[in-house]
Design a protein around this ligand. Structure first.
Ligand code: FAD
Length: 393
């Protein structure tokens, strides 16, 4: 016989978004279960950038101090030409930036961020964390919702938050859309800092850009490790095949870059590739007592380094709405999506546009871009202000 467990609140997925949401739901006085499909909670071995709109949320959830122990606080975001080796532009992250946003821009190892969130969840008596629970099906029953796992385990619950990422099963309730493949692929990982030949200030986040490619570099874990991500467009893309974006294409793309970029690429691990997907924004992700959060709701290309930041903003907004509409979860979920959909749709679309700008191959577009970039002052925050301004306290 199928075992049915009744739980007050349920979150599908224990990634950055799911764990942050659990902290938020618990903060409103509710008990919450997190179901994670993997055998263990964890994150992949690469870095993540968190802008002030996200570090403000980490502070709200009481974990920013723990994050500080692992994080690196870069001095600048720097844009470099991957072929000429010339600096095109920089954004100063100290002085007036810190004053304006009140919270830092930081970079850290994903597993450090995930561990801090997980430790906070484990220490919270209202949060129950369960692994090896692959959710197959989520159903709206009106007063309740039903969640069925692959092994038949069934939960009846007051509310469900689907934080199950890009390939979300919860999202199927709202849309039959599919992830959109950008035909770009990433290779990424960290290496010990001691193995790096410095080409610039290792305190900076550096993005080397060129036609159809880029490389991002920054230190993580108290500057013990150096994170590198190479990204390029595959001209051998084939739908329904994994035989594209291969390591030999990586070498072809970066072979003509300037020496620091060519050198960096030699350190990149080639065992695993990440094809880059997003989805079109949708205009509804809530049905009664079920809603979506993070990549399940609004997966985006990573070019603005905002996917995780937006998941954290979601968690903060949801917490605020659950508090505001204390006894009415349906109202809280609707208010949450009403606020979050326009914002996240803009970030999704802007990430695509920024990708087109950095990967431009038309010489006139490149000339115009570089001219504008070179004229910017490092203190000029006008193009990022809409993104980094704090929204939730
Ligand atoms: C190359 C790259 C670089 C990036 N850089 C940045 C950056 O610098 N800054 C930034 O903010 N963002 C960045 N992002 C985006 C960021 O990684 C994601 O937006 C973020 O991880 C989304 O978190 P999430 O919790 O919503 O989803 P996920 O991290 O995908 O977590 C989903 C969780 O749900 C679990 N799950 C899935 N299906 C089920 C199921 N059926 N049942 C139970 N559990 C399930 C998964 O195992 C996983 O643990 C980057 C992305 C890429 C690809």
């Amino acid at each position: 016989m199928t075992k049915v467990t009744e739980v007050p609140f349920l979150i599908v997925g224990g990634g950055i978004g799911g764990l942050a949401a659990a902290l938020g739901v618990a903060e409103t006085g509710r008990s919450v279960h997190v179901l994670e499909q993997a055998k263990e909670f964890g994150e992949i071995g690469a870095g993540i950038q968190l802008a002030p709109n996200a570090t403000a949320v980490l502070d709200k959830f009481g974990v920013l101090e723990a994050i500080r122990e692992y994080a690196v606080f870069p001095k600048r975001l720097v844009l470099m030409d991957a072929f000429s080796g010339k600096e095109l532009s920089a954004l100063d992250l100290g002085g007036s930036f810190r004053e304006r946003y009140g919270y830092p821009y930081l970079v850290l190892h994903r597993s450090d961020l995930h561990k801090v969130l997980l430790d906070a969840c484990r220490a919270n008596g209202r949060i129950t964390l369960l692994t090896d629970q692959m959710v197959e099906h989520v159903e709206n029953l009106g007063e309740k919702a039903r969640v069925v796992c692959h092994d038949g385990t069934t939960y009846l619950t007051e509310a469900v938050i689907g934080a199950d990422g890009l390939w979300s099963k919860t999202r199927r309730l709202f849309s039959d859309d599919k992830p959109v493949c950008s035909q770009y692929v990433a290779y990424r990982g960290t290496i010990p800092m001691s193995e790096i030949t410095p080409h610039a200030d290792l305190d900076d986040v550096i993005m080397w850009i060129g036609p159809h490619l880029h490389l991002v570099q920054y230190p993580v874990r108290r500057k013990e490790l150096y994170n590198q991500v190479v990204v390029f467009k595959s001209f051998r893309y084939k739908e329904d095949s994994d035989d594209w974006g291969t390591p030999d294409e990586l070498d072809e793309h970066f072979g003509a870059c300037c020496p620091p970029v060519r050198n960096a690429v030699t350190y990149i691990q080639r065992q695993r590739r990440w094809p880059m997907y997003d989805r079109e924004p949708i205009d509804n992700w809530t049905s009664g007592r079920i809603t979506l959060l993070g990549d399940a709701a609004h997966p985006m290309l990573q070019y603005l380094a905002q996917g995780g930041c937006q998941a954290l903003e979601d968690a903060a907004c949801l917490t605020e709405m659950l508090r505001l509409h204390d006894t009415d979860v349906e109202k809280a979920f609707l208010a949450y999506q009403q606020e979050r959909i326009p914002r996240t749709a803009t970030v999704q679309r802007s990430a695509r546009v920024w990708g087109d700008i950095i990967h431009a191959d038309d010489p006139i577009a490149i000339l115009l871009r570089n001219t504008i970039m070179e004229q910017r002052s490092p203190e000029d925050i006008s193009h990022v202000d809409w993104l980094y301004s704090r929204r939730y306290n």
